[in-house]
Design a binder for this molecule. Structure first.
Ligand code: FAD
Length: 462
């Protein structure tokens, strides 16, 4: 058995893990990062955020080429070579994972490949084939992420896969069922529909993306009404793998329906129960989450946890900010992780983006609020792009005028959300936003115009 000693060991190399490792190294600490796979970057870079965005870009190019006919421009039917699409996606992933490796090397962060688990509160053992390395640490940062939720009644079959399988893009099924209308399910539905699958999305709740406000989601639903079949308030009761098709029984019908492939996208579950945390005395709840305080410390003060494993929202940017905070606390800096706003984005077409308080939450929590909504049908930029289906909504306190939250649906909504996230972090009032001069004609102008509607400096729309 090999033995290593370090000041900081990071378990997992996703956005949380590598951000923590690099920040700790930059602050002069000796760092080891453990990763079970051969490439660094975790779910996000390898099988999450990045490959999905590369494929969504391909989908957008295909959809734009169809859309152009409407503008009097025709490219003819789009064709693609699946091998080349896959290669494009892999090249994007490769650039970023290679970049993370280079950044680790540049900082002398030692990478130990293999499966890590605690043996006590000062040691992690890493097993890689026949080789075992025992790492003694002063501080540990658990950044072991999450895995796709499996549904127990769904059989093992190569035609049934999770998001990782969907991103492999082995083939394009004629009829694809997506179980779960969350962000991941809808992004994959967007990709496969553009590539030619007939897509059905089934969702247990009465709307897709249940965390987002209904008025935003309904814009997406209307825009895509001819693209996806949406089965809402519907449960999948049985799935049977037959030689010629996957047969699915829905709660809404007596007849079973046949699909050529099924994507199960019903959420992610934390990996907390898979790292022998109990041997270090770290508390893991029954779902696998590890509770932390605002310094990202677990109940064992020299063991920290960050990213998907500590709870919602399971997002890369939350993980990386937590990673920086944990590293700085270990290095003796004063840093608390207390963000006012964490943005959420579905990179669908149109995109759905929100930050801060939603109307849904405000109603549940009995918070007094008002909204100001600017429809993109009155935006010169959106009309020029022939994508005027969107809207920009501000949620604010009618007494103090403080901005409480925001939601945008439309093309590039995710990019537009940035200024509102900053406004929330800065505790801005709606008047602050209204007095900020937004360039004309832009999509972000709709943020300023929504604020002006709230303040009454404009009273009607073109
Ligand atoms: P992870 O990225 O999960 O990394 C954990 C790492 O730890 C993995 O590499 C794993 O192999 C390693 N590991 C775990 N246990 C061990 C062990 N015992 N030994 C050794 N190594 C171990 N988020 C966004 O913000 N934007 C998006 O657009 C987005 N798109 C997504 C699309 C998909 C399809 C999916 C699945 C997720 C997406 N996410 C997105 C979520 C995002 O990927 C996660 O929130 C993020 O990766 C969490 O980072 P993390 O560092 O906590 O863990």
């Amino acid at each position: 058995m090999n033995s290593l000693t370090t000041q900081v060991v990071v378990l997992g190399s996703g956005p949380g893990g590598y951000s923590a490792a690099f920040r700790a190294a930059d602050l002069g600490l000796d760092v080891i990062m453990i990763e079970q796979y051969s490439t660094l970057g975790g779910v996000c870079l390898n099988v999450g955020c990045i490959p999905s965005k590369a494929l969504l870009h391909v989908a957008e190019v295909i959809n734009e080429s169809k859309h152009a006919e409407h503008l009097g421009v025709s490219f003819g039917p789009a064709t693609y070579e699946l091998d080349k699409v896959r290669a494009y996606k892999d090249s994007v992933v490769g650039k970023l994972t290679g970049g993370v490796s280079g950044m680790a090397k540049g900082r002398k962060v030692q990478i130990v490949h293999g499966y890590g688990s605690f043996t006590d509160d000062r040691h992690i053992q890493v097993v890689n084939g026949n080789e075992t390395t025992l790492i003694q640490f002063e501080h540990a940062i658990i950044a072991a992420g999450s895995s796709s939720v499996k549904l127990p009644f769904i059989p093992e079959d190569p035609r049934i896969f999770d998001s990782t399988g969907a991103l492999e893009l082995k083939s394009v099924p004629a009829r694809l069922l997506v179980i779960g209308g969350g962000i991941i399910g809808l992004e994959m539905a967007t990709v496969y529909e553009a590539l030619g699958s007939k897509v059905t999305v089934v969702e247990f709740a009465d709307q897709v993306i249940p965390a987002a406000d209904k008025d935003l989601v309904s814009v997406f639903t209307r825009y895509n009404k001819d693209k996806f079949e949406l089965l809402l308030s519907t449960k999948v009761e049985a799935v049977t793998a037959k030689p010629d098709a996957i047969s699915v029984k829905f709660s809404s019908a007596t007849e079973e329906r046949s699909f050529d492939a099924v994507l199960v996208a019903v959420g992610r579950t934390p990996n907390g129960k898979k790292i022998a945390a109990e041997k270090a005395g770290v508390n893991v709840d029954e779902r696998g989450f590890i509770a932390v305080n605002k310094y990202l410390q677990t109940n064992v003060p020299h063991i920290f946890a960050i990213g998907d494993i500590v709870g919602q929202p399971m997002l890369a940017h939350k993980a990386s900010h937590e990673g920086h905070a944990a590293a700085e606390v270990i290095a003796g800096h004063k840093h608390e992780f207390v963000p006012l706003a964490i943005p959420s984005i579905a990179y669908t077409s149109p995109e759905i983006a929100w930050v801060g308080l939603t109307e849904k939450e405000a109603q549940q929590r009995g918070i007094n609020y008002k909204t100001a909504v600017y429809p993109w049908s009155a935006s010169g930029r959106a009309l020029s792009a022939d994508r005027s289906e969107g809207k920009t909504k501000l949620i604010y306190d009618p007494v103090t005028d403080r901005l409480l939250g925001a939601g945008i649906v439309g093309i590039h909504a995710g990019e537009l959300l940035g200024e509102l996230t900053l406004a929330l972090e800065f505790n801005a009032s709606v008047e602050d936003v209204a007095l900020t001069i937004h360039a004309h004609p832009t999509l972000h102008e709709t943020v300023g115009l929504a604020a002006e509607l709230a303040g009454g400096t404009i009273t009607d729309l073109p």
